[in-house]
Each structure stands twice: as structure tokens, then as C-alpha cells.
Design a protein around this ligand. Structure first.
Ligand code: CA
Length: 440
């Protein structure tokens, strides 16, 4: 493995670079050659899950490429880390390996490089290495040892605080001093497309002394992104804020399904529990921080200035357009119910990771960290139905008829996200889940 140079990496981001896979050059395609997100897939012909990269309307099978000798890793690394059902072993090789593989893949898939013909003109290899995305079954991309969810959008925290506490003091004093978070549940993180069953739980109805047990009546989404830890830290050894991005492999879209009525009754004093543990959906492709580099922007101004351990120089926000769509069962089309952008997030991913580890908590390769609901400044940019409908007081009108305060059985919720380049976009694919009726 060669250590990729800055120039090699820059070439992978060149907006002019095209692929010989034509579908990748479509301006509306989520997976142009500048993206190269990593995932795990299988096919009807080969049920063994393995690592792939999305390119245009295809998946490139990295296990096949490695066996064919077209991907070089370090000489000490002879095992095929791509012939695995999760990205963890590849991620654990470290950032030089991620970058080297990115540079090699870009050269193999691009037109006009020394490597262009290697795969393009080898029909037999191409037939084994490229699978139509439509024919691929996509799996959870990483084994997730731990899942943490933050609460880092000022607009979201203000909206929720206004609704449930006091509009005059919507933000609690600690919110502006640290990225507030809680330890979530890794076992129920599922890949896009997995149906989600409406949870049962304790509901405290306003006119009754004691709670009743029953199906959630206020089922909601939370529009979030998540980052995947690429390099962990040892117990007792915090990650410095300035170094934190080097510990991040990449990002996914994340829907933190939330049962608002269960949440409101159970959350005091230790925070959400069953209201959040029943399912969290993530998108199947991990978009690397290297691919997101051209879309780096300044985070919002932080006032008061954070404590020293939460300070980092430079820009640590990312310009990622985000959308939420709702399609009722049987409806011919979905309604876009929210549009916002990741750039509004107050606390950065680096600050979240620094804060998570500052007391000595260790993190591990594959850990998932949710951003917190991403709400923008305007009412159509809120990242949950709770905010969009203001706790069902202002139901949303759907294009295909009917209204929604919260989610109904059979509704399909889709998150979409992309970075808009000049003539191309670096997309995340979809993060979809359909709601099934509660268990009886
Ligand atoms: Ca959340």
C-alpha cells in the first residue's frame, strides 16, 4: 500500500473527473465517482455478505477486486477484509488504508487514468465485480458496538423546550456549554428498508391518574445524521477536539424513531428509554469524511465560547441538504414534509466526540453517534413531526389527500441527503422505514 498523498486525494475530488460507468455521471445520481461510499451487500446468486462501493447504479464488489489483485493494502495485511459481512475489519486498518483504497478505486473507475482499462476492458472480471444496485440486498454496513445520540440542534432544543417546558427559558443553561447526549441502544439499529413495528408502552393520559398500557399514539421520526467511529480511544484517554475528525470514518443518514407519548411519561429523571429503543434506521452507504471535504463550511458562531476542551480551529460544519418524505400506504406519491441542512447544527461532530470521551469513556471502531434532530430556522425545516405539526396542533396536508399529526400505520418515511457540487452531487442514498401496526 502506498501512502496516499494530498494530491492523490485531491484528484478523487476533482469535479471534472468522470467514470466509464455512465450512470455515475448523471448530475442527479447520488453515487458519482467523487463519492465512493462503502457498504455491505449480498445477491440472490451469492448470499455471502461482502463489502462494496456504490458507483452510479452499480455496486463494485471489493472482495472480488481484492482477490483479483487490484486492491493493494499493507504488505502485512494479506487477509481479504472485504470478504466480510461488516466494514469493521477494513475500518480498523486505519485512515491511510481508507484513503489508499479510495484513491485506487477512483483510478480504476475513472476515465483517462493509467488504470482505466484494467477493469473496464476485462469483461470477465467486470461481470463478477459489478452488480446492479437494484439486484443487491443491502445490509447494516457496520457491526455497531455502541450507539450514542446527541441533541445538538439549537433550533430543535429550543422548539422542544418551548413546547414541553417554558417558551421563555426554552434552552436549559447546560445546553450552550456542552453537546448534550445519552447512551442509546445499538442492538435495535437497523438498515434502511427494515419495517418498524409501532411500539407498545405506558401512556399517561391527561385525564387519568395512572398510565394505561397500549400502542403509541404519537409515533414520530427524528431527522438525523450519524457518524461512524473509525479509530477508537483507550479507556481513560480522551480524544482531543482538534484530533477528533481523524477518528471519524464517515457519515450516514439516521432516523431516530421516537414514541412521543411514551417519552413524555418516562423521561424524567434519566432521559428517554423505551420511547427510543425500539428501532433506529440508518442508510446503507457510509459516505467518508474524505468525500465530504469539498462541502466543509463554518459551524454556527458559538456564544458563549466553549470551554477549552471543546475548542477547535477552522471549519467543522458540512453543507448537507436533507429532506423528509412521507408516503401513506397505497399512495401514488410521497409528500416532502421537511427540508433542512446539516450546516445548521450548533455542536460539531468533533466536539461531540471530544465531549463523549473527556471523562475517560472509550469508543470503538463502528460506534455510531447520532447528531440529534436536525431542525432549521423556519417551520418547514424542522426535523420531526412533533415540531412540524407543533404536537399535532397544526396537522400537515399531504399531496395525496389527508393530513398527519403523527405517523399512522402503513406510512413510509424516507430521509434523503446530499451535498450539491457543481454538476454532480455526493448523496447518501435513502433511509426508509415503513410502520407496521403494534403487536397485540
Ligand atoms: Ca434523537
Amino acid at each position: 500500500m502506498n501512502h496516499p498523498t494530498t494530491r492523490d486525494l485531491q484528484a478523487t475530488l476533482d469535479p471534472q473527473r468522470k467514470s466509464w460507468i455512465d450512470s455515475a455521471n448523471d448530475a442527479a445520481c447520488d453515487f458519482p465517482i467523487q463519492n465512493l461510499p462503502f457498504g455491505v451487500f449480498s445477491t440472490a446468486q451469492d448470499a455471502q455478505a461482502r463489502v462494496g462501493v456504490a458507483i452510479g447504479d452499480q455496486v463494485l464488489d471489493l472482495a472480488v477486486l481484492h482477490d483479483a489483485g487490484l486492491l493493494s493494502l499493507s504488505s502485512a495485511q494479506s487477509a481479504n477484509v472485504f470478504a466480510r459481512a461488516a466494514l469493521n475489519d477494513f475500518i480498523a486498518l486505519g485512515r491511510d488504508a481508507w484513503r489508499s483504497v479510495r484513491v485506487q478505486l477512483s483510478s480504476l473507475l475513472a476515465t483517462g487514468t493509467a488504470e482505466t482499462a484494467t477493469l473496464r476492458d476485462d469483461a470477465a472480471l467486470r461481470a463478477r465485480a459489478l452488480v446492479k444496485l437494484a439486484d443487491a440486498k443491502l445490509h447494516l454496513p457496520v457491526d455497531i458496538p455502541g450507539y450514542t445520540d446527541f441533541y445538538s440542534s439549537k433550533e430543535h432544543a429550543t422548539n422542544v423546550g418551548s413546547m414541553f417546558r417554558d417558551p421563555k427559558n426554552a434552552l436549559l443553561p447546560n445546553w450552550s456549554e456542552m453537546p448534550i447526549g445519552y447512551n442509546g441502544r445499538a442492538s435495535s439499529v437497523v438498515v434502511s428498508g427494515t419495517p418498524v413495528r409501532r411500539p407498545n408502552g405506558q401512556l399517561k393520559l391527561p385525564d387519568q391518574e395512572r398510565p394505561v398500557f397500549g400502542a403509541c399514539r404519537k409515533l414520530d421520526i427524528e431527522l438525523e445524521t450519524g457518524f461512524i467511529v473509525g479509530r477508537g480511544n483507550a479507556l481513560g484517554e480522551p480524544i482531543a477536539c482538534e484530533d477528533a475528525e481523524a477518528h471519524i470514518f464517515g457519515m450516514v443518514l439516521l432516523n431516530d424513531w421516537s414514541a412521543r407519548d411514551i417519552q413524555q411519561w418516562e423521561y424524567v429523571p434519566l432521559g428517554p428509554f423505551n420511547a427510543k429503543t425500539f428501532a433506529t434506521t440508518i442508510s446503507p452507504w457510509v459516505v467518508t469524511l474524505d468525500a465530504l471535504e469539498p462541502f466543509r463550511v463554518a459551524q454556527p458562531v458559538q456564544e458563549p465560547q466553549p470551554l477549552d476542551y471543546l475548542r477547535h480551529a477552522g471549519k467543522h460544519g458540512f453543507d448537507i441538504a436533507l429532506e423528509v418524505l412521507l408516503r401513506p400506504e397505497g399512495a401514488s406519491e410521497a409528500t416532502t414534509i421537511a427540508r433542512t441542512n446539516f450546516r445548521h447544527m450548533y455542536w460539531t461532530m468533533a466536539q461531540q466526540l471530544a465531549h463523549h470521551t473527556v471523562a475517560g469513556c472509550n469508543t470503538r471502531v463502528g460506534d455510531l453517534m447520532g447528531s440529534g434532530t436536525i431542525s432549521g430556522p423556519t417551520p418547514d425545516s424542522f426535523g420531526s413531526l412533533l415540531e412540524l405539526t407543533w404536537n399535532a396542533k397544526n396537522p400537515l396536508e399531504l399531496k395525496t389527500g389527508g393530513t398527519r399529526g403523527f405517523i399512522e400505520d402503513g406510512d413510509e418515511l424516507t430521509l434523503a441527503g446530499w451535498c450539491q457540487g457543481d454538476g454532480y452531487r455526493v448523496g447518501f442514498g435513502e433511509c426508509v422505514g415503513k410502520i407496521l401496526p403494534a403487536a397485540r
